[in-house]
Write a protein that binds this ligand. Sequence first.
Ligand code: HEC
Ligand SMILES: [Cu+2]
Length: 316
Amino acid sequence: MSGSPIFWLPAASTEGARTDHLFFLLCGISTLIVLLVLTLIVTFAIRYRHGSAAPRGRLPEFFRSEFEIGWTAATAFLFLFIFWWASAAQLAGYAPPPDAIEMHVTAKQWMFKTQQPNGAREINQLHMPVDTPVRLVMTSQDVIHSFWVPAFRFKRDILPGRVTQGWFQATRTGTFHLFCAEYCGTDHSEMGGEVIVMPKADYAAWTAAQPEGDDLGKAGGKLFVKMGCAGCHAGSNAVHAPNLAGLWGRTIPLADGSSVEVDERYVRDSILQPRREIAAGYEPIMPSFQGVASEADLTRLVAYIRSLATGEDAGQ
Ligand code: HEC
Ligand SMILES: [Cu+2]
């Protein structure tokens, strides 16, 4: 890595550049204000010291109205500007570009298990191509963890029973530290690893060489049959259950009159807590798979149901 990491770890992602600009702006403004206030304190302390001949009457009208309104308005606008800038930078980190490739992270005491789009698995390592937006879909098997890559200025909590997402785009190749940034028990300080950013061609070669390059959706299709989902959900059945083909990405009506978008969150909740959101027109007969389907199973089932969106058969 170039630069001087002792004083400043150079940013290695697009999100990193955004964060750094904001940080420099806030530091700059704070420094200016500290200097201004210090100068005023020292000037007034000298000018109005005990026994000096400086005038001490009422302030002229200008300082009590126009000047007062002027600096109050200026501070308010500055504040709004910082708020706008910071929220824009923050929100950008939550809106992945549509062409982002998707990686899965499952955290547990005390390791990060990661999975490539093609199903290849790693522990405490995550390989990715440079200059490519990467979307992380993360969940925890036990307690709260946090995925932190300082060089990317990327930190997101990982929660049990919930999916957190985030994205970034690495701008430089190299190996970058990954830490757990949420105290999660005895070996928290040992929990971490590395993110390996490779040139695109090297990355393609690396993924092709992974032994476990099974397609996530295909594995999910097998589980779909093995776990009995197909018994209710496959096309022509006695049981009245929704056909899941083409469901992904649509907004569907629920029995309580509201509607919901079919995404990662909804499908996972449908499998773990089927009673919470009932699809309109169906009986709540689906059993919960809480404790039956593991995190890895869920990831595969979700990948399978998503693959049905495009009509490509993932091997049911
Ligand atoms: C006993 C039959 C049955 C089994 C087994 C079953 N389901 Fe369901 N499932 C249903 C019914 C009925 C609904 C619609 C009512 C509801 O939303 O709970 C449903 C709803 C869903 C939904 C929401 C679909 C929508 O249109 O909103 C998903 C996703 C889903 N099931 C996935 C699965 C998966 C994955 C499995 C296997 C792990 C599975 N189901 C096993 C009967 C079943
Ligand atoms: Cu942790």
